[in-house]
Design a protein around this ligand. Structure first.
Ligand SMILES: Cc1ncc(C[n+]2csc(CCOP(=O)(O)OP(=O)(O)O)c2C)c(N)n1
Length: 317
């Protein structure tokens, strides 16, 4: 969790320095969800996330070097510099992408879960999205099929209270979002996501159920993002007092006090933090020095079939 926090703080700095192009959506404040949920998975499981994707990619095991390089548009990035912040992708670690279209990935994730069921393997899919996405068509289509076919998938709604600058009270007629999943015949769960152990335990229950063939679960997790929607958002739609109040539930502070209560010394925590500092600054240095994304690999990552552009000419002949 500390790695995610420090990684993103440095990414924000690099963005201000003009080293990162395009958008940058930070996950700061929500770290306990990615880390707790990733801890409930095993090899072979797949994960889908929105554009707010650095946290889960790191939690699943993508290296900070490859993640920072992706932000910098470098060939050594997780998507070889072709995706940038919103489109991390790391198949080796089960990460099937950051997706930019709100709700668009929900049906794709249901497809991945369908594939697992069809192929008879026991893998599970996690699909993350924000509360804003629960109002869009793709969300309902994905949940509808997942519920009907009892797909091995867990939908995780990270309810950080705002969709860009719009509070949920202005976008949804109901405030308990698990009610939306009830309509598709699936289990619902709802809890606060500031304690990483709670997240792991509750996501684990849903993952186990999916793995046993007992169908999907929809989980709504209360959270809060400490930064604006993206780097271009000064977040004027909320008060400083609200932000300060929410920061009292900072998952990192909570974890730190849990660790000291459990007997971990402050020196030992400092050591972890120092190790993270080194990793993050090495990632920035490596990203700075890496080769830019290469034009010749651009089409290789667009199509996966034999009829990808490389072979298409031959096939047409
Ligand atoms: C289909 C579509 N409509 C609008 C947008 C612009 N947009 C990007 S993020 C966002 C808000 C989404 O909020 P939420 O789903 O709560 O996720 P959060 O950003 O809070 O994590 C919107 C409207 C988009 N990317 N895709």
């Amino acid at each position: 969790m500390y790695l995610i926090r420090r990684f993103e703080e440095e990414a924000a700095r690099a963005y201000a320095q003009g080293k990162i192009g395009g958008f940058l959506h930070l996950y700061i404040g929500q770290e306990a969800i990615a880390v707790g949920a990733a801890a409930a998975l095993k090899d072979g499981d797949t994960v889908f996330q929105t554009y707010r994707d650095h946290g889960i990619s790191l939690a699943l095991g993508s290296t900070p070097e490859a993640c920072m390089a992706e932000l910098f548009g470098k060939d050594t990035g997780v998507s070889r510099g072709m995706g940038g912040s919103m489109h991390f992708f790391d198949k080796a670690n089960g990460f099937m992408g950051g997706w930019g279209i709100v709700g668009g990935h929900v049906a794709v994730a249901a497809g991945a879960a369908f594939k697992a069921k069809y192929a008879g393997d026991d893998s599970v899919t996690l699909c993350f999205f924000g509360e804003g996405a629960t109002n869009i068509g793709g969300f309902h289509e994905g949940l509808s099929l997942a519920g009907l076919w009892k797909l091995p998938i867990v939908f995780i709604c990270e309810n950080n209270q705002y969709a860009m600058g719009t509070p949920m009270s202005r976008t949804s007629a109901i405030q308990d979002l698990t009610l939306k999943a009830q309509g598709y015949g699936m289990h619902g769960d709802r809890f606060a996501g500031y304690d990483v152990a709670t997240v792991r335990e509750r996501v684990q229950q849903a993952v186990d159920r999916a793995r046993k063939g007992e169908g999907p679960t929809f989980i709504e997790i209360e959270t809060y993002r400490f930064r604006g929607h993206s780097m271009s958002d000064p977040a004027k739609y909320r008060s400083r007092a609200e932000l300060e109040e929410r920061k009292k539930k900072d998952p990192l502070a909570i974890t730190k006090s849990q660790l000291t209560d459990a007997g971990m010394s402050l020196e030992a925590i400092d050591e972890v933090e120092e190790a993270v500092e080194e990793v993050v600054s090495a990632a920035v240095k490596a990203a700075d020095a890496a080769e830019p994304a290469k034009e010749e690999v651009m089409f290789d990552s667009v199509m996966a079939t034999k009829l990808g552009p490389k072979n298409r000419e031959e096939a047409e002949v």
